[in-house]
Write a new protein. Sequence first.
Length: 398
Amino acid sequence: MSSKKAKLEDSMLTINDHGSSNQEEAEKDEMTLEMEHYQRIIRAFLYYRIHSLRRVNKARRYFATLSQQDQQLAPKYITKLDLIKMAVNVNYDFIRIILQRTQSLFLNSEIYQMDEVSRTELDGTGDDLNIYHKISAVPEFHMEKVQSTIKQFFRDWSQEGEKERNICYRPIINEILRLYPLNDIQPNSINILVPGAGLGRLAYEIVKLGYNCQGNEISLYMLVASNFILNSCTTVEQYILYPWVHQYCNVAGFEDQVRSIKIPDIPPSDIPKDSSFSMCAGDFLMVYNDPEWDCVATCFFIDTAHNIIEYIKKIYEILKPGGYWINLGPLLYHFADMAGEQSLELSYEEVKTVIENIGFIYEKEDKGIISGYAQDSNSLMTTLYHNIFFVVRKPMIS
């Protein structure tokens, strides 16, 4: 941003200079682990082109094994693969631009340093062979995260994603405006927290109205990308991306897989100068402890918990008396059936009981909001969520 930056605060690590030697050692180990985690994320981004082009080359090799007669029946297939390769290269160039801006990502940036291979690649002195040999074991899980991050730009910062945003973000924003009318209060006296902020569009829309807003995000994939879009993009439609290039199945038209978007659709620097906007890195359950928020707004977030009860209790804990929690999203439960992970999967009826038993008072509820999530509207297969939308209030006296 040119006029006002969304400062990124790192709350994952807290260094206490007066602690015991054992504590200092533990904190040093934690810092080392955090740096290694950061470097793995950077390597995954840098491996994007090799990983994506492997898929293209696999398709090309198989097509070459077909008889000439069969190849002639699909005369545009090789052209399509060439277009996919072009799109992958454009995406990768964009990724490199993002990574070049990560050195000032965190306030304690000495923890987040690239390794030599990553820095060589970003400096432009590396090549695919170098990266292939030295970053050759990036798990598929991490590459899926990179691809999801690219699709998140579609949802949050493209004109094409406006329909999804209107369905998912607009009800939350409308409730904030109803609860804290701009004509009746000083908006920058209202502090709003957005856990699971992703690429920051919902938090941006809230702060654009004049409220103070902080986004919280634990995913370094999202934090790296949101830092770039919020702090380094100054022009509308400054970059081109191909969010659907990784989807080989359920493609309707020849060019659907290589449809492009332009980002951002609006300048992220366009926010009031007297409002506070920040992004906080870290685990929601660990970062926040004090009742300092007038409102907590969650969108497609509460089902990312191992134990959803802990999320609900934490939201209650950090709201001021009389504060509001606004939620929209499904109950997908991200850790359900994931190997090695624990997950508590409650029905919404059970979730509602927990919410009320903790002390919240329901003010509004709607079970009829249907939406996708980073959904390609041209795809032959779509996933739609029947979202739960509610507004609950923490009593003035608990």
